[in-house]
Design a protein around this ligand. Structure first.
Ligand code: GDG
Length: 463
């Protein structure tokens, strides 16, 4: 912390890195939220006396700034109306579908846009108040695309970095949004605009040249006399943590008991996703159904475990998606269950991380088949957990992770036959081939952790 009480580094993200676990007579009790981003940024923030600006997770008046585990948390409040319009509306019914190739039609409403502007301004003001004159602000994700410009206005001498966790859509799609120019201008005030993939970076640079007076190349734009670096910084995971979990006693014991319960003779296919219509859960299950109906696999020799973590249940498209997935699960289990052997185990809940890793270890095949995904960390976590070099990853060519994880079996998630074929191939891949592919995958994930990612991003912002 600088002597002025200001921070050299301020992170802005939709959520704080903590969640409230209790409110007692001694005040609110907080616990650090699990997740790669928090583990990567926490040590950097602690070292630099940094602050994290974010929403604490419930509506109403925001608590005063507080320090938890060595990090200064600066809560930004949202009323329930703002949550509805800003978060469930503009963020999750306009931007989210539009930026994921419009797999659901995005909705454009002026009544959602203004709360988006207002919330960005609230986050930016809270950050600017904390930030030293030449400090660094690191803004995260699609909820805060106007914040870089708003911070720049208050702190012209600051270094500002923005990282988008989701894809940036092709030019023709992005051009649909009525507020396209404001969004691009919001981002161009940053010194570095980072994306998961090169394609996303190129899409952004094209939009910037088309919609604003920005000039320059796909990797470096000039805008109002400043240089803006536009680059891919593929995010990763805390690789060591998954490697350690994968050899912990709790996890290994759980693997044994789950194997016993699922049927030791059965091959296990796994899917793990937030229940989101971008993740392609339905078509993935239908490709398994295809193999069951052809008799290639049966409930007695194969089981599909699908973990679907509840997400954005207030948005209609998510309830529809859930209903549609549950119909497919019911249909498959109705048609193919054999006494004591259910083909699809569907878990609509979040699991403790030890349980999750136990499933990673049980799975002969992991299917990650989103229609579009910024990166997909589940794929990388699976690879990190497979220390013995076994396991096959079936991966959508439309996930950012496909650029790096070349040892996977790549599929088009819209193609049921192609996916059924890939799944069958995955189940029958010769052992040597499995080992070769997994060791190629493990080299990538071990070489590049979320710590390297954060380091590379902050170095680029400081340059
Ligand atoms: C966005 C982008 C990008 C899942 N189920 C459980 C559980 N998880 C954890 C996984 C993983 C995380 O949630 C999901 O991350 P993904 O990357 O797969 O997907 P999104 O949530 O859509 O994330 C994405 C990411 O941001 C980072 O930039 O990769 O493209 O859409 O870490 O392990 N964790 C626990 N129990 C579960 O049941 N404990």
């Amino acid at each position: 912390m600088a002597s002025s009480g200001k921070s050299e580094l301020v992170v802005l993200a939709n959520r704080l890195p903590v969640r409230k676990v209790d409110t007692g007579p001694s005040g609110d009790q907080w616990a650090t939220s699990p997740g790669g981003l928090v583990s990567a940024l926490a040590p950097i923030l602690r070292e630099r006396g940094g602050s994290w600006v974010g929403w604490p997770g419930d509506t109403g008046e925001a608590p005063k700034p507080f320090t938890h585990d060595g990090i200064r948390n600066v809560p930004v409040g949202l009323t329930s109306g703002e949550l509805e319009a800003f978060y469930y509306g503009f963020c999750n019914r306009t931007i989210w579908p539009l930026f994921h190739d419009a797999v659901r039609p995005p909705e454009f409403h002026r009544r959602w846009w203004w709360p988006y502007v207002e919330m960005n301004s609230r986050f930016a003001s809270a950050a600017a108040k904390r930030l030293s004159e030449d400090g660094t602000a690191w803004v995260h994700d699609y909820q805060l695309m106007l914040a870089p410009q708003m911070i720049r206005m208050k702190k012209p001498g600051a270094r500002i970095g923005f990282f988008l966790h989701i894809p940036w859509p092709p030019e023709e799609l992005f051009a649909q949004i009525p507020w396209r120019r404001q969004i691009v201008e919001g981002l161009l005030a940053a010194d570095v605009v980072g994306f998961q993939t090169k394609l996303a970076a190129i899409n952004f640079a094209r939009a910037a040249r088309r919609l604003t007076e920005a000039t320059g190349s796909d990797s470096e734009l000039r805008y109002r006399g400043r240089k803006v670096l536009v680059r891919a910084f593929p995010i990763s995971i805390d690789t060591e943590r998954y490697e350690q979990l994968a050899e912990s006693e709790t996890v290994l014991e759980r693997v044994l008991s789950l194997r016993e319960m699922l049927g030791p003779e059965r091959r296990v296919i796994l899917g793990v996703d937030r229940l989101d219509y971008t993740k392609g859960i339905d078509v993935r299950l239908r490709s398994f159904e295809e193999l069951l109906s052809r008799g290639t696999v049966s409930a007695s020799n194969t089981v599909f475990v699908q973990v679907a973590v509840p997400s954005r249940e207030q948005v209609d498209e998510y309830t529809h998606e859930r209903e549609s997935i549950e119909r497919v699960v019911g249909r498959i289990n109705g048609a193919f269950t054999e006494p004591g052997r259910v083909p699809v185990h569907y878990l609509y809940r979040s699991l403790p991380v030890e349980e999750l890793v136990a499933y990673y270890l049980l799975a002969d095949v992991l299917m990650v088949t989103p229609y579009r995904d910024g990166m997909n960390l589940v794929a990388k976590e699976y690879v990190a957990s497979r220390r013995d070099g076994s396991g096959v990853l079936v991966l959508s060519e439309f996930a950012g992770a496909a650029n790096e994880l070349r040892g996977s079996l790549l599929v088009n998630p819209h193609d049921i036959d192609g996916m059924a074929q890939a799944l069958e191939a995955a189940l029958h891949l010769p052992k040597a081939e499995v080992g070769k592919r997994m060791s190629a995958l493990r080299r990538v994930v071990r070489r590049h952790s979320v710590f390297n990612w954060a380091d590379a991003f902050l170095k680029a912002v400081a340059a």
